[in-house]
Design a protein around this ligand. Structure first.
Ligand code: DC
Length: 202
């Protein structure tokens, strides 16, 4: 069976949590496409040309490194705005998406550019305030000592870079179901997403 669930949305809206839960529930393969941009950003910070780096990614780039540091997070959104970097990463994502057995991909342009024919498209969002609070708690748990104002500004700047770039900007596909998780806990957000997928599988 070829069946793709495309999940897009801004930072810290819950895409990863929901995407992983949907993949686990249905036994689908899962790809966090942000890791491709993070791995490219890490290589750029090490002095590589970002386009060559995107072309040269190997599984170790994603599996072996801590790609969630604030520096790599920023570098990822910088390289993600380079059209040639995005182009280098398209084929890998499309091949992953159309492997048999069902897939879930989360990112910013999955329903609009990578898989415009995905069987299910979900755009997950939440208010800026709630997303900043979630990211703040996550960073604190990992031992980062940041103040919430800085986290809020960081999310706002990253959203602006992701939404205002000319190639594949962050926006909902016209046929995406919009899931606003501002007032939902994880279980409710996951349940909503599962219902959307089930209704398309039926
Ligand atoms: O989802 P994330 O925070 O790990 O994404 C890291 C950066 O990569 C973020 O600035 C958006 C960008 N990105 C993108 O442009 N397209 C994707 N499909 C996934 C992520």
């Amino acid at each position: 069976m070829i069946f793709t669930v495309a999940i897009d949305g801004p930072a810290a809206a819950g895409k990863g949590t929901v995407g992983r839960a949907v993949a686990d529930h249905f036994g689908f393969a899962y790809l966090d496409t942000g890791l491709l941009y993070r791995a490219t950003g890490r290589r750029m910070l090490n002095g590589e040309d970002p386009i060559i780096a995107a072309n040269a990614l190997v599984p170790d780039d994603i599996n072996r490194h801590n790609l969630r540091t604030p520096e790599i997070t920023k570098a990822a959104s910088v390289v993600a705005a380079i059209p040639e970097v995005r182009k280098e990463l398209v084929v890998f994502q499309r091949v992953f998406a159309r492997q048999s057995g069902g897939t879930v991909l989360d990112g910013r342009d999955i329903g609009t550019v990578i898989c415009p024919d995905a069987e299910v498209k979900i755009f997950i969002t939440a208010s800026n305030r709630v997303r900043a609070q979630r990211r703040y708690r996550e960073l604190r748990k990992k031992g980062h000592d940041m103040d919430i104002g800085a986290v809020f500004n960081d999310i706002r700047d990253r959203d602006a870079r992701d939404s205002e770039r000319s190639t594949a900007p962050l926006k909902p596909a016209e046929d995406a179901a919009v899931l606003d998780t501002t007032n939902l806990d994880i279980a409710d957000a996951v349940n909503n997403a599962l219902q959307i997928v089930k209704s398309r599988l039926a």
